[in-house]
Design a protein around this ligand. Sequence first.
Ligand code: NAP
Length: 194
Amino acid sequence: MSKPTEKDTIDVLALLRESLDYEESGASHVFVIMGASGDLAKKKIYPTLWWLFRDGLLPDKTYFIGYARSNLTMEDVKKKVVPYMKVKEGEEEKVKAFFKVCEYVSGQYDHPKDFSRLNTAIEQKGSCNRLFYLALPPTVFEPVTLNLKALCMSKGNKWTRIICRETFGHDLEFLQPSLSHLSAMFKEEELYED
Ligand SMILES: NC(=O)c1ccc[n+]([C@@H]2O[C@H](COP(=O)([O-])OP(=O)(O)OC[C@H]3O[C@@H](n4cnc5c(N)ncnc54)[C@H](OP(=O)(O)O)[C@@H]3O)[C@@H](O)[C@H]2O)c1
């Protein structure tokens, strides 16, 4: 085998740099709010994400995607959540920056093709860690998590986390089968309860 020439080395380094630049320009984390049209998302999840973003407590290049069936735009979601964000005078530019990294994807909870679209929306942000917050009634946890597992998991060395709301555990009859379902699908370190 012939030794690589100087030009070969330069070409390989250029390719490496290109792939690193791509990683750097993409998201580090994508936080997906499943049920983004709902009450919990509006009153608790978006405001909390905003406060963390405002105070610089999130990893750089964290993006947010809202997902729900309602046919909304990000502008509609923004109108719903801003009254709960307690924005102070002088924070207007920061609010703009927050909504610049937010988007909304509309889809059903039991349609694989919609979860493929969600996956594409995440992939377009680059290779990243993914967090899915289930701001949804527990009745749709099963189809949602089945579709997430099949179509939306992160790849390579990136991780995925599924976060369930605490009311999930209130009905014991519901709890056991749902917990079994979730623990059969996800590793322990992938599951969180809020
Ligand atoms: N709201 C709170 O402050 C609060 C506090 C503690 C715990 N929680 C818990 O957090 C979870 C979400 O609460 P939430 O108040 O945000 O609920 P929600 O507003 O009733 O539901 C959230 C979203 O889920 C979708 N959805 C509602 N009912 C559905 C159904 N039967 N089938 C399929 N999709 C449905 C709707 O979105 P689309 O129609 O657009 O898909 C809705 O916007 C619940 O488990 C609740 O018990 C809520």
